[in-house]
Design a binder for this molecule. Structure first.
Ligand code: SF4
Length: 342
């Protein structure tokens, strides 16, 4: 099974079966997100249900770090923006740009008083994301993949940006799962997934990391004995990064593969089985990878125009319908969105 197909299984499983630390948390799952330094395969957000609904009122599009700085400090009554917002640590002109972007999205009220811009929040930006869990997917854990992964997990643990770090791998029939013999940091949890049934089992419990404490960014880890290089990451930087990642995860979810794959190809199908719904290529007789399923694919054939008129009367053929279906599924996990067509 390709890493992509496995990853979709993990996302599907997490969306339906993840046990959040607080039972009343709502779960939002996303894939392929991270920072400049690190991209995670699967992200699980454990969210305050009311906060998630309030977040939905802002629409599905993510806010970036600069916009979040304004939103989180926006006052309830009209105030000159420089009096309302803490010093951003970067030029104020970028703050003004964010203010205009937020006003365009109706996320902030603005008015001019002489030469001064005053701002007022339209609604409070909620504290919606309680925990961020990062999962690395390695269906087939070869020795060299395990070595690379061990280094990445060490970095994750040292930085502590997520609340938990996990590795998910395909279950084997061996008495001791080989992944337990890999030299991973003991803080990382291990999950074995059965891709046929879409079920998973925890075989090593993770230890909670410390997202509120200072972290260490390992910027270089030489193979020889010379010292690794570190950068200090303060808790404010981490909190900003976490929220920006959560925002992107909120927008993107894990079904956005339809945006880059070719559901408009006549061989593309969404197939449902015990483990959930997955993209399937009739020509390749399996789930294609995102890299394969593009316009440049040798077997690509556009869906026949007749498909767009027969039984698909209104808006496009099966390709367009597939995108709409996946977008709808994504929206179902995000209460409070006001009829937006994402
Ligand atoms: S033939 Fe190529 S483009 Fe068409 S569904 Fe298969 S992988 Fe995707």
């Amino acid at each position: 099974m390709t890493e992509f197909a496995f990853e979709l299984r993990v996302c599907q499983w997490a969306e339906t079966a993840w046990s959040p630390a607080r039972e009343d948390s709502a779960v939002v799952v996303a894939r392929q997100l991270g920072t400049k330094y690190r991209r995670w395969d699967t992200l699980v957000l454990e969210c305050d249900p009311d906060g998630l609904t309030q977040r939905g009122a802002f629409g599905v599009a993510a806010f970036d770090s600069d916009q979040l700085h304004v939103l989180r400090h926006a006052p309830a009554s009209w105030t000159f923006y420089r009096d309302a917002l803490p010093d951003p640590g970067y030029p104020w002109r970028y703050v003004r740009e964010s203010i205009h972007e937020l006003a365009d999205r109706d996320a902030l009220d603005t008015r001019k008083r002489g030469r001064r811009i005053e701002i007022r929040r339209t609604r409070e930006y909620p504290d919606w994301c309680r925990r961020v869990v990062a999962i690395e997917n390695k269906p087939d854990l070869t020795a060299s993949a395990a070595r690379d992964l061990a280094g990445q997990l060490e970095r994750d643990v040292a930085l502590g940006l997520a609340d938990e770090a996990w590795v998910a791998t395909e279950a084997t029939d061996e008495r001791i799962e080989p992944i337990l013999l890999a030299d991973f940091p003991s803080e990382a949890g291990v999950l074995t997934v059965d891709p046929e049934t879409g079920t998973a089992e925890t075989i090593w419990e993770p230890r909670s990391l410390a997202p509120d404490a200072p972290g260490t960014r390992i910027t270089e880890r030489p193979d020889d004995a010379s010292a690794a290089r570190f950068e200090y990451a303060d808790p404010e930087w981490k909190a900003d990064k976490r929220l920006a990642i959560a925002e992107r995860a909120y927008e993107r979810g894990w079904r956005s593969y339809a945006d880059t794959m070719r559901p408009d190809c006549r061989h593309f199908e969404l197939r449902a089985d015990e483990a959930g719904v997955r993209p399937y290529c009739v020509a390749k007789e399996r789930t294609p990878t995102q890299h394969e399923c593009r316009g440049g694919c040798g077997s690509f054939e556009p869906e026949p125009p007749a498909w767009r008129t027969k039984g698909w009367p209104l808006s496009g053929g099966p390709g367009a319908a597939t995108k709409r279906l996946l977008a709808r599924r994504r929206r179902e996990r995000r209460p409070g969105l006001d009829g937006e067509g994402d």
